[in-house]
Design a protein around this ligand. Structure first.
Ligand code: FES
Length: 134
């Protein structure tokens, strides 16, 4: 292999590494910029109910468990059905399509066929407003 080719490969590797690092930094920075946004008022979601809401282009499942609110991804990690069209049994949301079950407090899968967890979002209440960090 010619020295010029070796230099080209070496420089390409450095550029690729640098662009990957910059992308990671940008993703970290983007996550830092996330802020809480109003997604519903408390009276919209009674205890034991769940609701699908889109925030900043992200479909989120908002759940009221005994007056405490939780939010996880609403798109099933198995084949993308909306969990909000499924059912809620205690703290478990069940997908309407093939029955995958997710713990709404953490997004953890507790029953397949899905195996990838849902993203869990931070939730807080300000006055009458439920807010999610997304
Ligand atoms: S799409 Fe949810 S279990 Fe298949």
């Amino acid at each position: 292999m010619l020295q010029g080719q070796i230099n080209h490969i070496f420089l390409s590797t450095i550029k690729l590494t640098t662009s990957q690092e910059n992308r990671k930094k940008n993703m970290t920075w983007e996550r830092c910029k996330l802020s809480f946004v109003n997604i519903a008022s408390k009276n919209e979601l009674t205890e034991g109910k769940m609701k699908g809401i889109t925030v900043n282009g992200i479909s989120i499942l908002l759940v009221n468990l005994q007056g405490k609110y939780y939010a996880i991804g609403n798109i099933c990690t198995h084949m993308a059905c909306k969990l909000s069209n499924g059912s809620l049994q205690g703290d478990i949301a069940q997908c309407p399509c093939h029955g995958s079950r997710f713990e709404v407090k953490t997004g953890k899968v507790v029953g397949g066929p899905a195996f990838k967890p849902e993203t869990a979002y931070q939730v807080k209440v300000e006055g009458d407003q439920i807010q999610v960090k997304a």
